[in-house]
Design a binder for this molecule. Structure first.
Ligand code: DX5
Ligand code: ZN
Length: 215
């Protein structure tokens, strides 16, 4: 079954708590928190302090997407802030397996994100350890971008890799998820869809969740 993670990057930053509760009550499975450092990606968003505040305001599970260099410096901060899933970019560290293991040792689910141009092969040798693979369907840094078509085939190949591993690994897609792209992503094998602008821009959020899930 498809799950939905609402990206708070598209929310009203003056009202993070209310925006989180709104998505939780509408029925999303996770809140997706995009942490950007202005170095790995051109944009700066928010950090563990904001995530901790959202965690106090809402009981939704937190799916934290770190777009920061050298992420191992912050793992304990995000655990303390309430992260359930912590996803790091493969491009951010030369020691991916060590970082994945450190996330799990800290008591969180470990995800690995791949930029559109990063080969799937990058995660091949950490398949025994990861809980989630995040296929970026846009270049990270900003909400509201158009999905890059080639990432749909990449998602399909990732689904095949996961199947071959025999492990229960979530396949998340992030960027440009909308009513016009969600069916192809689900059909390719994605089972966790991140949606920012599609959800926060929707008049009827529960109806948009149903559309994105394809129910
Ligand atoms: C982009 C972020 C996404 C972003 C998605 O770097 O990782 O999570 O919020 O936004 P939409 O759904 O608007 O493309
Ligand atoms: Zn994200």
């Amino acid at each position: 079954m498809t799950k939905i993670s609402a990206s708070m990057l598209a929310s009203d930053y003056c009202r993070f708590g209310e925006e989180a509760v709104k998505m939780e009550q509408a029925g999303v499975d996770y809140l997706h928190m995009d942490v950007m450092d202005g170095t790995f990606v051109p944009n700066i968003s928010f950090g563990a302090g904001v995530i901790s505040a959202v965690h106090k305001a809402s009981s939704a599970k937190l799916d934290v997407h770190l777009m920061v260099n050298d992420p191992v410096r912050y793992l304990e901060d995000f655990k303390a802030a309430g992260a359930d899933i912590l996803t790091v970019h493969a491009e951010c560290t030369p020691h991916l397996q060590r970082v994945v293991k450190a996330i799990k040792d800290a008591g969180m689910k470990a995800g690995v994100a791949l930029n559109p141009a990063t080969p799937l092969e990058t995660v091949k040798w950490v398949m025994d350890d990861v809980d989630l693979i995040l296929i970026m369907t846009v270049n990270p840094g900003f909400g509201g971008q158009k999905l890059i078509p080639a990432t749909i085939e990449k998602t399909r190949e990732a689904a095949e890799m996961i199947k071959a591993s025999g492990r229960d690994i979530l396949l998340e897609v992030d960027g440009g998820v909308s009513p016009s792209t969600c069916a192809a992503l689900r059909e390719a094998g994605a089972n966790l869809l991140v949606a920012g602008s599609a959800l926060y821009g929707a008049k009827d959020i529960p109806a948009m969740i149903v559309t994105l899930k394809g129910e």
